[in-house]
Design a protein around this ligand. Structure first.
Ligand SMILES: [Fe+2]
Ligand SMILES: [Fe+2]
Length: 267
């Protein structure tokens, strides 16, 4: 199932398949069954539609956020992030089946993948209501880099994807909600509030399974997190941090502050 989602290119088709398979998994689990985990051969990079064109972040045109064009560009960038997130969650399911994990690991990422699929669709609906669509603007290339860099390291994947990248989403989403509130774009406000509420537990799942693996290996989670982020994530973490939501998601300040540009490493 995960591999099939990863190999589907069109965004709406990918998310429809993702939601259907998530519902199948959840129905089986609700009946007390555990579907066989099996093993997969996920592609190095997930299939993506011909559009949007993927550009180096420096070449993506910047638009002023206070304009209609700027709001479209923000929604387009969020749709791109959500589609990438759908693939990231199915990829962690498909890629690490050689590491024995409790069934809850799969429950958590199936639920997350389902929610990311919903997020992509909600944001696409907003774009379409503005006369745009996903694919209308260029998008950042290189979003899959974190997945490639951690393709052979489950703890590295958990550290960098949910605990760094998705946690960053908690930091920046309130500002985007404000921006769309001021502009009176109520469907975008509602979509971003759903995203903001649900992303907290994606980060929490990352922290939960990271701590689980540290416990299995008897390593200190904070030291392991610092080592892995320094190895796989390129550059410092950017404050301001949403300490409240990060705390709710099980990310203590001493995990991320030492990795921020405000405090050089080793301080
Ligand atoms: Fe999301
Ligand atoms: Fe997420």
């Amino acid at each position: 199932m995960a591999e099939e989602v990863l190999r589907t290119a069109d965004g709406r088709e990918k998310t429809a398949l993702s939601r259907r398979y998530a519902a199948q998994w959840q129905a089986a689990r609700a009946d007390g069954n555990l579907p066989e985990i099996g093993s997969a051969n996920p592609p190095d990079r997930p299939a993506r539609p011909a559009e949007p064109a993927l550009l180096d972040p420096r070449d993506v045109p910047r638009r002023r956020p206070g304009t209609e064009a700027g709001r479209k560009a923000i929604l387009h960038a969020v749709a791109h992030i959500e589609l990438n997130a759908v693939d990231l969650h199915w990829d962690i399911i498909a890629r690490f089946t050689h590491v024995p994990m409790p069934p809850g690991f799969y429950d958590d990422w199936v639920k997350s993948a389902d929610e990311e699929s919903k997020h992509f669709n909600l944001i696409c609906d907003c774009l379409e209501a503005m006369g745009s669509h996903y694919g209308d603007l260029p998008a950042h290339a290189g979003m899959w880099r974190a997945a490639e860099d951690t393709a052979h390291d489950l703890m590295g994947r958990l550290a960098v994807v949910p605990m760094v990248l998705e946690a960053r989403g908690l930091d920046v989403t309130p500002g985007m909600i404000d921006l769309f509130e001021k502009a009176g774009v109520s469907d975008a406000v509602a979509a971003m509030q759903v995203i903001y509420a649900e992303e907290v537990h994606h980060v929490a799942y990352g922290s939960k399974w990271f701590h689980f693996l540290c416990g299995r290996e008897n390593t200190d989670p904070k030291d392991a997190f610092h080592d892995l982020v320094r190895r796989y994530f390129h550059g410092p973490l950017k404050p301001p941090f949403n300490e409240e939501k990060r705390a709710e998601a099980g990310l203590p300040p001493d995990f991320y502050w030492p990795l921020s540009e405000d405090r050089p490493l080793g301080e």
